[in-house]
Ligand binder design. Structure first.
Ligand SMILES: Cc1cc2nc3c(=O)[nH]c(=O)nc-3n(C[C@H](O)[C@H](O)[C@H](O)COP(=O)(O)O)c2cc1C
Length: 282
């Protein structure tokens, strides 16, 4: 591993996050979770069918709200389709990944089942189109995606989650031919890693996980100090470790720049949510 100021990176990161430092745990699941990082460069080696099946089963075994199974995923194998998605995402490596999935919030399958089972019901406009169910479908899709990402990492593969695939949701909906009550959530690119980036530092645990009530750094001097340390850690990380990457700024400066220049490249989403038959107001 590369060093910061002559120190081992992992030690430095652990020291910078004293409150979130973990004891070395010799547990493969914990290790997979603590060592995870996004991989954005892949070798050309394909992911074999047995591994693909395992990854997809891992996703299917994620928890699902009320046992609704309210997510689906599309495995994109058509190169032109992958290129179109990479174009929407403004990220070329999206099309270079051996495996590319788009995870979907999906009530279509359940609505069709209900309609076939009870033709007096209109599931397209009752319950399954509600804002609450839409949110739960999103939760389901994210949990399934994360299970797949974790499984990929555990098997020595790497991946990156792709919010950028929904830069222009309507275009993606058309490309994937999504019917009503289906909405794209996130992409996931997976492959054999062609890079070995150092893990990015995380916030001090005390600034992110509280006890009993919400805590603000404004009211907690220790938390304020810990966040100031984190600012320095992030600056050092980009300066010394990811020196090819923008930005070379503190976390606070990065956030302030995002707020100052809010252009996100995203089309507004409310219209496309309604277009897909969901009613966020109910
Ligand atoms: C919801 C979500 C959307 C993301 N979208 C993108 C994306 O579009 N492109 C990308 O390169 N990385 C994306 N990422 C990866 C984050 O940039 C990455 O997780 C973060 O910088 C922390 O780095 P790490 O994953 O290496 O720890 C996304 C992550 C999440 C959770």
């Amino acid at each position: 591993m590369k060093g910061i100021d002559g120190q081992n990176v992992k030690m430095t990161l652990a020291n910078s996050q004293k409150t979130s430092a973990t004891n070395p745990v010799d547990n493969p699941t914990i290790r997979t979770l603590l060592e995870r990082r996004s991989i954005r460069g892949f070798t050309e080696e394909p992911v074999d069918d047995q591994t693909v099946a395992l990854l997809e089963q891992a996703a299917q075994h994620a928890a699902t709200s009320r046992y609704f199974h309210e997510w689906s995923a599309i495995r994109v194998t058509d190169h032109d389709e992958a290129l179109a998605i990479a174009d929407m995402a403004h990220q070329r490596y999206v099309a270079e990944a051996p495996l590319l999935y788009i995870f979907l919030a999906d009530q279509r399958r359940n609505a069709d089942l209900v309609r076939r089972f009870a033709d007096d019901l209109d599931p397209d406009t009752t319950l399954l189109n509600s804002g609450y169910v839409f949110l739960q479908s999103q939760n389901d899709a994210v949990l399934a995606l994360h299970a797949m990402e974790t499984a990929a990492n555990a098997l020595g593969l790497g991946g990156v989650i792709l919010g950028s695939v929904i830069n222009d949701t309507n275009r993606l909906i058309d490309l994937l031919k999504l019917p009503k009550l289906v909405y794209p959530v996130l992409g996931l690119a997976i492959g054999h890693p062609a890079q070995d980036p150092d893990p990015k530092p995380r916030m001090p645990r005390q600034a992110q996980i509280f006890t009993n009530t919400y805590q603000r750094a404004d009211d907690d001097a220790d938390m304020k100090d810990a966040l100031a340390d984190f600012d320095q850690t992030v600056t050092r990380y980009y300066r010394d470790i990811r020196h090819m990457d923008d930005p070379h700024r503190s976390f606070s400066a990065i956030m302030a720049d995002k707020v100052r220049n809010p252009a996100s490249g995203h089309e507004p989403m409310l219209d496309s949510i309604r277009r897909q038959g969901f009613d966020p107001a109910c």
